[in-house]
Write a protein that binds this ligand. Structure first.
Ligand SMILES: Cc1cc2nc3c(=O)[nH]c(=O)nc-3n(C[C@H](O)[C@H](O)[C@H](O)COP(=O)(O)O)c2cc1C
Length: 189
């Protein structure tokens, strides 16, 4: 199973981006995690331009479409998901009827050096995914004080955080299988 991880942070040493490596360390056998390229280059969403062929947006859609599932890893800015992550979700969801996010299984992970682990940003991504038709793992994983729970090799050192992230990835794996099964049955019917 190919999982595309989207880190909502653009900065070089982002904890959110380092968590992609932590997730790869805890992924079930057969689950491969790669990182979305090009988030920073995506222009601000403009509905007038949604039918144009913008190469960076096409590339975003291609990366999403070629993945079996998404792992969103979001920090929190002012009690919200970062603007560029929301912007990418908006582009990927359009044009209407051609959304790259519709039916694509996803899991949401958030983190913060603050105690609550960016839970508001986490919930905002979930809310957006209810509208984009993106089936999302129910488990809510928000890692607080993440800077104290990740080592220099980007491995999680905290047992609870490790167990939560492992469970999130296992449930994403199961969700992909359930949806594939439903699609097979729909084709056979
Ligand atoms: C503009 C801005 C707003 C922030 N607002 C919040 C916030 O609402 N909640 C929170 O937990 N942390 C907040 N922070 C702190 C971030 O959690 C912290 O910078 C974190 O390391 C960013 O994630 P990253 O390491 O993945 O880049 C904010 C940081 C910035 C730059």
């Amino acid at each position: 199973m190919k999982v595309l991880a989207i880190s909502g942070s653009l900065r070089k040493e982002a904890l959110s981006t380092r968590l992609i490596n932590a997730a790869a360390d805890l992924a079930p056998d057969g689950v491969e995690i790669s990182r979305l390229d090009g988030l920073e280059e995506i222009p601000g969403f403009n509905q007038d331009r949604e039918s144009e062929v913008l190469e960076v947006v096409e590339e975003l859609r291609r990366q999403i479409e070629s993945a079996d599932a998404l792992l969103i890893i979001t920090p929190e800015y002012n009690a919200s998901m970062p603007g560029q992550l929301k912007n990418a979700i908006d582009w990927a969801s359009r044009p209407h009827g051609e959304s790259a996010l519709a039916g694509k299984p996803a899991a949401i992970l958030s983190s913060s050096p603050m105690p609550f682990g960016a839970i508001w940003a986490n919930q905002q991504v979930r809310k957006a995914f209810t509208i984009t038709g993106t089936p999302t793992v129910e488990r809510e994983v928000a890692i607080g004080k993440v800077d104290e729970k990740i080592d220099d090799s980007d491995r999680l050192t905290d047992d609870v955080a490790r167990a939560d992230l492992s469970a999130l990835l296992a449930e994403l794996n199961e969700l992909v299988a359930v949806i594939a099964d439903q699609q097979d049955k729909a084709v056979a019917a």
